[in-house]
Ligand binder design. Structure first.
Ligand code: BGP
Length: 480
């Protein structure tokens, strides 16, 4: 342990996702993915679904920041920053353009060979997400997404190909990015991005989302088992979006509501980590008359394929209340309570409530619940950054957010005894925002000169936070 309390081999890094950084969305034999269509018309998701991909419509996201051609330049910046790890995803549709082919696309495999070689040559450990909202569009259009059990085999085939191909280059893997999003809200968007579900006339959306989620969990468990055969050194984690839900008041019903809302998230990590469908979910399915399809082989796969670590994103916390007088937001399929603002914390320009202590709280809850190493694979502050004269970008708000969260992260390790593998803040370089599909919501310590209309030189410029994070890594958190 060093003076910060973090282990010497702590994986300080940065995180991105293929569809938000790469561009080259139709190059190297890549097929169209959900992300290409989603980000093309994120807020009109249904419009895009019916009309397919509008190739002629230009959106910043399609070319992202052109990492596909510029990754060597960017990796030199990551090396200068001192990164020990770099989290990104493999775009599934670069490897299997349609998703149901028998044979993979060699050009796509070669791109990631080159990328991982470049990272390793610069002393940076790749941390790879297998599905980061990037399911091949063909699997949505033809099979209806993960509501169809066939996708389990397609995902296992894709995962087996890449884990075998990169078995000596990648040690850390995660299966589905923020697999629990679809249970929490914005049903259509997240049920679409995570599971690529086509809902049909007469569907009970929640029932279909549970079926798709269970199919993903079965697929994930099968991949974990395969990973162990391919390379016993592999560490395969789940990837959850953890947003702690506090009871707004000490009214007992608020406490129970916060437990129930958290259970809608814990369902996914309970299965990932414990290998069983929890009783609170089985009871819910029975009470609601949901006919969720699974068999003994599926249950055996879940039990045998539990994860090695709990990967998760942490950005904010929320509160729920049953108090009638409180204004709030509805929770899909959960009418008994609503999401309300927490008066004790501030918020970002996108109303994400800033709660560093919530990170320490969540780390304690997770470590005590699963007794598995944790890995913070997303944390960050999206903001409107301003490029000033002399190529300066002053982002004290980002340093403030990150330093407070790292401080609480260190408390969880040094004082509460939580085991933490690493910390890869989101968007270490400016990339396309998931929520907006555009560039203005920036997270990076490296600015990219590109605007919402796709205009700009694509120049990379260090922000003030670059030097600050460089020191954090160099002192292993000692300067926090
Ligand atoms: C998470 C996703 C990331 C990233 C992050 C920030 O849900 O895993 O892909 O986008 O959100 O979201 P946004 O870019 O909308 O601020």
């Amino acid at each position: 342990m060093t003076n910060s309390g973090l282990p010497e081999n702590f994986l300080w890094g940065g995180a991105v996702a293929a569809h938000q950084i790469e561009g080259g969305w139709q190059e190297g034999g890549k097929g169209v993915s959900i992300a290409d269509v989603m980000t093309a018309g994120r807020h009109q998701v249904s419009r895009k679904i019916t009309q397919g991909v509008q190739k002629d419509e230009y959106y910043p996201n399609h070319e992202a920041i052109d990492f596909y051609h510029r990754y060597k330049e960017d990796i030199q910046l990551f090396k200068e920053l001192g990164l020990k790890a770099f989290r990104t995803s493999i775009a599934w549709s670069r490897i299997f353009p349609k998703g149901d082919e028998e044979e993979p696309n060699e050009e796509g495999l070669r791109f990631y060979d080159d990328l991982f070689d470049e990272l390793l040559e610069n002393g940076i450990e790749p941390v790879i997400t297998l599905s980061h909202f990037e399911i091949p569009y063909h699997l949505y259009e033809t099979y209806g997404g993960f509501r169809n059990k066939k996708l389990i085999d397609f995902f296992v085939r894709y995962s087996e190909v890449v884990m075998k191909r990169y078995k000596n280059k990648v040690k850390y893997w995660m299966t589905f990015n923020e697999i629990n999003n679809q249970a929490d809200g914005q049903h259509d968007l997240h049920a679409w991005t995570n599971s690529a579900i086509i809902f049909e006339e007469g569907d009970n959306k929640e029932e279909v989302i549970y079926q798709a989620g269970l199919n993903e969990l079965i697929a994930s468990a099968k991949v974990v088992q395969l990973a162990r055969e391919i390379n016993p050194e592999f560490q395969v984690g789940c990837m959850m979006a953890y947003v702690p839900v506090y009871p707004y008041s000490c009214k007992p019903e608020d406490m129970m509501a916060s437990v129930k809302v958290m259970n809608r998230r814990f369902f996914y990590s309970d299965v990932h980590a414990r290998g069983e469908i929890p009783s609170y979910i089985l009871n819910e399915w029975e009470q609601k008359g949901y006919a969720i399809d699974f068999n003994c082989e599926d249950l055996a796969a879940l039990k045998a394929g539990t994860v090695d670590f709990i990967g998760f994103s942490y950005y904010m916390s929320t509160a729920v209340t049953t108090l009638e007088e409180k204004k709030g937001f509805d929770i899909p399929d959960f009418p008994e309570a609503k999401i309300v603002s927490n008066p004790y914390v501030s918020a970002s320009d996108w109303d994400w409530q800033i709660d560093p202590v919530g990170l320490r709280y969540m780390m304690n809850v997770l470590y005590q619940r699963y007794n598995l190493p944790l890995f913070i694979v997303e944390n960050g502050f999206g903001a409107y950054d301003k490029l000033e004269s002399g190529d300066k970008i002053h982002d004290p708000y980002r340093v403030d957010y990150l330093s407070k969260h790292i401080h609480e992260m260190i408390n969880a390790v040094a004082e509460d005894g939580v085991e933490l593998l690493g910390y890869t803040p989101w968007g270490v370089i400016d990339i396309v925002s998931f929520g907006t599909g555009e560039m203005e919501k920036r997270y990076g310590m490296i600015y990219v000169d590109k605007d919402n209309q796709g205009e700009g030189t694509l120049r990379r410029i260090k922000k003030d936070s670059f030097d600050w994070y460089q020191q954090v890594i160099a002192t292993n958190g000692g300067n926090i």
